[in-house]
Write a protein that binds this ligand. Sequence first.
Ligand code: G4P
Length: 529
Amino acid sequence: MTDITSEIKQRRTFAIISHPDAGKTTLTEKFLLYGGAINLAGSVKGRKSSRHAVSDWMEIEKERGISVTSSVLQFNYDGYCINILDTPGHQDFSEDTYRTLMAADSAVMVIDGSKGVEAQTIKLFKVCVMRGIPIFTFVNKMDREANDPFELVDEIETVLGIRTCPVNWPIGSGKNFKGVYDRQKGTITRFFAAHNGQKEVESVEVTLGDEHLDELIGKDNHDKLVEDIDLLDGASDELDLQRVQEGKLSPVFFGSALTNFGVETFLRHFLDMTTSPLPRNSNVGEISPFQNDFSAFVFKIQANMNKAHRDRIAFMRICSGKFDAGMEVFHIQGDKKIRLSQPQQMMAQERHHVTEAYAGDIIGVFDPGIFAIGDTLCASSKRFEYDGIPTFAPEHFAKVRQVDTMKRKQFIKGIEQIAQEGAIQIFQEFNTGMEEIIVGVVGVLQFDVLKFRLESEYRVEIRLETLPYEHIRWIENKELDISSLSVTSDTKRIKDLKGNPLLLFVHPWSIRTVQERNEELILSEFGKN
Ligand code: G4P
């Protein structure tokens, strides 16, 4: 095996998805703890405020105390080189959150055991399904009073529409949460809480028939476990790795990120079941990650890292081969050879300059304003293009008006630039020009980002008038005569900058009505670039 091949084989690149507060950050931190990247898991609060040190790129971020961008962490564990992509939630939820999933090979879905499947999880889950990537479920907070595990599993199946296979099973919950049963090995791991979860948890492992089991987990728990196993074996799907790879079956784990119960068990099984970087589709067919030639695509652009320079960082996922700092690559969309400068990577929780990176890794490079989301970079002798990144449906819309109409040029330039970076989407009324601009965003904070950036970088003041629309659909059969469609009174016809027709709706039921009235109409929730 060449060095490049063995490096790539060690890579695991995945995203963590969850509804805010389910425990994504805590779980990530515990992975770092088990990987030896940090010695002591700190308090979540301390960590949240220290995040600014990593990305204090925008005043809005400082003012609001949130992180506007998603980050990537790399660490090693048991011979694996792991890249975790964080998908930000709360107010900082944006299209970037979705795009991050385009760079991942699998997803870990964290669910709060007392809340079950929540709204944001559903949205992110849909994107994972669209990509067909494997989805692993970690039911967290079992140290609190949680819902019945059978009900939780059932909820995942019915609400998300994916089959599940519990890989481990909780023994008790809340204060009575003793440990987990590993269904594959037939063993019980009894954990002993200590150090408030700041250090690795101590545990004892025994088999199901062990004579000390009653002592270890209590007779009631033992009896309940035997009953549960019986039920599970009769009712749950087989652990079919092929179906897991296709994203049709989600292996489920239970644990507590706070106390570390079940965290390492999960990590081990997960790493065992996921694959190293997968081939990616391009206009010349699939590109194997193990090709020696470097290739990558841009999935995120972070603007304004340094206000004085108006610079940007383009984040790219390496899809094949090896990257060496300073190497010359070909930028397909720019039709130019370039050198990627100041490549950076997040190791544990600090930003480092990288000298080399491999397929599966994420690097951030200085962008003098030449990259757009979805761009391909490849070895200087190659010419191919990776499949584009879809445009995700915005959920908030506003009409933008300039306060000083004399500054038309700056306004157009600014708004187009910000749209090109992928922070906002811009649309126009169907039969007008750029005089009426509608902006669509996935997270409302992006409106503030737009206003702030237009003012600070382009010296243009704007007014935003929020519109009532919440749903958008791309019209796939563009040849249709849009003006002749029979629509409801709350439907608006718009087009994007490329002239693609779209429909905006206030109510979800209008989508169904319009679809019923116009049978030939093909609507899509994702736009193709
Ligand atoms: P997020 O990234 O998904 O938004 O969640 P985060 O890890 O920040 O966790 C949200 C809250 O849930 C935190 O509490 C955290 O301590 C708590 N938490 C995470 N995992 C577990 C778990 O397994 N069990 C329990 N009981 N709690 C968990 P907080 O109120 O923000 O902070 P704190 O006051 O608890 O420190």
